[in-house]
Design a protein around this ligand. Structure first.
Ligand SMILES: [Zn+2]
Ligand SMILES: [Zn+2]
Length: 129
Protein backbone atom coordinates (compact mmCIF):
# COMPACT_ATOMS: atom_id res chain seq x y z
CA UNK A 1 0.00 0.00 0.00
CA UNK A 2 1.39 3.39 -0.93
CA UNK A 3 1.99 6.02 1.73
CA UNK A 4 -0.48 8.23 -0.14
CA UNK A 5 -3.28 5.78 0.59
CA UNK A 6 -2.17 5.43 4.20
CA UNK A 7 -2.18 9.20 4.57
CA UNK A 8 -5.74 9.49 3.25
CA UNK A 9 -6.92 6.76 5.51
CA UNK A 10 -5.29 8.49 8.47
CA UNK A 11 -7.06 11.76 7.65
CA UNK A 12 -10.47 10.10 7.43
CA UNK A 13 -9.93 8.26 10.70
CA UNK A 14 -8.78 11.49 12.30
CA UNK A 15 -11.99 13.30 11.39
CA UNK A 16 -14.13 10.45 12.68
CA UNK A 17 -12.05 10.20 15.84
CA UNK A 18 -12.23 13.93 16.57
CA UNK A 19 -16.02 13.74 16.55
CA UNK A 20 -16.47 10.23 17.80
CA UNK A 21 -19.98 10.92 19.09
CA UNK A 22 -21.08 11.87 15.59
CA UNK A 23 -22.10 10.00 12.50
CA UNK A 24 -20.79 11.02 9.10
CA UNK A 25 -22.00 10.15 5.66
CA UNK A 26 -19.46 9.51 2.93
CA UNK A 27 -20.62 12.72 1.26
CA UNK A 28 -20.01 14.77 4.40
CA UNK A 29 -16.53 13.35 4.77
CA UNK A 30 -15.77 13.94 1.11
CA UNK A 31 -16.89 17.55 1.42
CA UNK A 32 -14.60 18.11 4.39
CA UNK A 33 -11.71 16.54 2.53
CA UNK A 34 -12.27 17.97 -0.93
CA UNK A 35 -9.84 20.84 -0.30
CA UNK A 36 -7.18 18.25 0.46
CA UNK A 37 -7.73 16.60 -2.89
CA UNK A 38 -9.38 13.49 -1.51
CA UNK A 39 -12.17 12.36 -3.80
CA UNK A 40 -15.58 10.90 -3.01
CA UNK A 41 -14.59 7.52 -4.44
CA UNK A 42 -11.49 7.46 -2.26
CA UNK A 43 -13.59 8.18 0.81
CA UNK A 44 -15.96 5.36 -0.20
CA UNK A 45 -13.15 2.89 -0.65
CA UNK A 46 -11.40 3.90 2.53
CA UNK A 47 -14.48 3.87 4.73
CA UNK A 48 -15.44 0.41 3.45
CA UNK A 49 -12.02 -0.85 4.37
CA UNK A 50 -12.22 0.71 7.83
CA UNK A 51 -15.65 -0.85 8.30
CA UNK A 52 -14.49 -4.31 7.28
CA UNK A 53 -11.60 -3.99 9.73
CA UNK A 54 -14.04 -3.11 12.52
CA UNK A 55 -12.62 0.38 13.11
CA UNK A 56 -15.88 2.15 12.39
CA UNK A 57 -19.49 1.22 12.79
CA UNK A 58 -22.21 2.13 10.40
CA UNK A 59 -25.91 2.67 10.47
CA UNK A 60 -28.47 2.91 7.69
CA UNK A 61 -29.94 6.36 7.19
CA UNK A 62 -33.71 6.49 7.31
CA UNK A 63 -35.40 6.65 3.94
CA UNK A 64 -32.25 6.20 1.91
CA UNK A 65 -29.92 3.41 0.93
CA UNK A 66 -26.97 5.25 2.41
CA UNK A 67 -24.97 4.59 5.53
CA UNK A 68 -23.51 6.89 8.14
CA UNK A 69 -20.27 5.99 9.83
CA UNK A 70 -18.90 6.47 13.30
CA UNK A 71 -15.56 5.87 14.92
CA UNK A 72 -15.46 3.14 17.55
CA UNK A 73 -13.78 5.23 20.18
CA UNK A 74 -12.70 2.83 22.83
CA UNK A 75 -12.10 -0.82 23.37
CA UNK A 76 -14.92 -0.93 25.92
CA UNK A 77 -17.37 -0.07 23.18
CA UNK A 78 -17.30 -3.71 22.18
CA UNK A 79 -18.84 -4.56 25.55
CA UNK A 80 -22.08 -2.65 25.17
CA UNK A 81 -24.75 -1.60 22.72
CA UNK A 82 -25.24 1.92 21.43
CA UNK A 83 -28.25 4.15 21.05
CA UNK A 84 -28.46 6.32 18.00
CA UNK A 85 -30.64 9.43 17.82
CA UNK A 86 -32.32 9.68 14.44
CA UNK A 87 -32.74 13.46 14.88
CA UNK A 88 -29.30 14.73 15.86
CA UNK A 89 -27.24 11.69 14.94
CA UNK A 90 -25.65 11.44 18.36
CA UNK A 91 -24.54 8.11 19.73
CA UNK A 92 -25.03 7.15 23.34
CA UNK A 93 -23.28 4.31 25.11
CA UNK A 94 -25.67 1.94 26.84
CA UNK A 95 -24.51 0.84 30.30
CA UNK A 96 -22.61 -2.43 30.18
CA UNK A 97 -24.95 -4.22 32.59
CA UNK A 98 -28.11 -3.22 30.72
CA UNK A 99 -26.46 -4.24 27.48
CA UNK A 100 -25.27 -7.60 28.63
CA UNK A 101 -28.65 -8.39 30.22
CA UNK A 102 -30.43 -7.57 27.00
CA UNK A 103 -27.98 -9.52 24.89
CA UNK A 104 -28.13 -12.50 27.22
CA UNK A 105 -31.92 -12.57 27.18
CA UNK A 106 -32.12 -12.34 23.41
CA UNK A 107 -29.52 -15.05 23.13
CA UNK A 108 -31.40 -17.34 25.51
CA UNK A 109 -34.93 -16.74 24.25
CA UNK A 110 -34.28 -16.33 20.54
CA UNK A 111 -31.03 -18.18 20.24
CA UNK A 112 -29.72 -15.13 18.44
CA UNK A 113 -26.25 -13.78 18.99
CA UNK A 114 -26.06 -10.00 18.70
CA UNK A 115 -22.97 -8.39 17.23
CA UNK A 116 -22.33 -5.37 19.46
CA UNK A 117 -20.05 -3.58 17.07
CA UNK A 118 -22.64 -3.62 14.29
CA UNK A 119 -25.80 -3.01 16.30
CA UNK A 120 -27.37 0.37 16.94
CA UNK A 121 -30.67 0.92 18.68
CA UNK A 122 -32.36 3.79 16.96
CA UNK A 123 -34.67 6.35 18.49
CA UNK A 124 -34.92 9.89 19.75
CA UNK A 125 -32.67 11.23 22.48
CA UNK A 126 -33.65 13.23 25.53
CA UNK A 127 -32.71 16.54 23.97
CA UNK A 128 -34.54 15.97 20.70
CA UNK A 129 -37.78 14.65 22.23
ZN1 LIG B 1 -19.56 2.74 23.61
ZN1 LIG C 1 -30.94 13.79 19.52
Amino acid sequence: MSSYVTEQRKRILEILKNSSERLFTVEELAEMLSCEGISLSTVYRTINRLYSKGLVRRTAIDGSRKFAYQYIDDEHCTEHLHLSCTQCGKIFHLENDISSNLIKQIQQKNNFLIDNSKTLLRGICDRCK
